[in-house]
Design a protein around this ligand. Structure first.
Ligand code: GLN
Length: 222
């Protein structure tokens, strides 16, 4: 398992609430130095930060309580790349239909819980040509929809009447959860966006040993 050495600039995963371990596992499967981030000082020297899925109201309160909102703004100004998955995308959006935005760093509008209740969660596959040659499995869990992208924001994956993934030069947002599938494609894509070397992973970007319970393999985390 990789450990981040000061100055080596790995990728952090915001560790306040939500799907943290699954992102760390995927980054490590790619040979990327990865670490959880609970405090502002732990942002130092990271090349990128993933804001995971979870519950965006809860996450935004915890960000404020721990002063991590200010710290993320500052680190972003200093060059940190950001990726928000699901609730993370909601936190990064400049506009949030009917709600106050949180970090507001990427010029998109999100519509929270736009698919309905938890029971309306679903899985599917789609092709995102910028990210991988093969269709990528997607897991939507009480997801938002991206309903507008501003100038300078590129659509990475469009699905019918909504946008599922988008990016600008510094920020990636996905409304689904690549960390809950065997596909490493989006993690590889983000690592490259951060300028971080990806040491392993086959061309298809799939971990053949992954199971839905992989994150419960505690021997792996020691
Ligand atoms: N529905 C959640 C919210 O609005 C997001 C769900 C998720 O991150 N999977 O915060």
């Amino acid at each position: 398992m990789n450990e981040v050495v000061a100055g080596s600039g790995g990728i952090g995963v915001l560790d306040l609430q939500g799907g943290v371990q699954e992102h760390l596992d995927h980054l490590r499967r790619l040979g990327v130095a990865a670490r959880p981030v609970k405090r502002a000082r732990e942002l130092a020297e990271l090349a990128g930060l993933i804001i995971p899925g979870g519950e965006s109201t809860c996450l935004s309160r915890l960000l404020a309580i721990f002063g991590l909102d200010q710290a993320i703004w500052q680190a972003y100004r200093d060059g940190l790349k950001l990726w928000g998955t699901c609730a993370g995308a909601i936190l990064l959006a400049r506009e949030n239909v009917g709600e106050v935005p949180c970090l507001g760093l990427i010029d998109i509008t999100v519509n929270r819980n736009a698919f309905g209740s938890q029971l309306d969660s679903f899985q599917c596959e789609a092709l995102a040509p910028a990210v991988a040659r093969e269709p990528i499995p997607l897991t939507f869990i009480r997801a938002p929809k991206i309903v507008r992208v501003g100038e300078g924001v590129r659509v990475v994956l469009s699905m019918g009447d909504y946008i599922a993934a988008a990016e600008d030069d510094r920020i990636l947002v996905t409304v689904f959860h690549p960390e809950l599938t065997p596909s490493l494609a989006f993690h590889r894509y983000f690592a490259r966006k951060c300028g971080v070397n990806v040491a392993c992973g086959d061309d298809a970007g799939v971990d053949p040993h992954w199971t839905p319970q992989s994150w419960m393999d505690f021997s792996y985390h020691v």
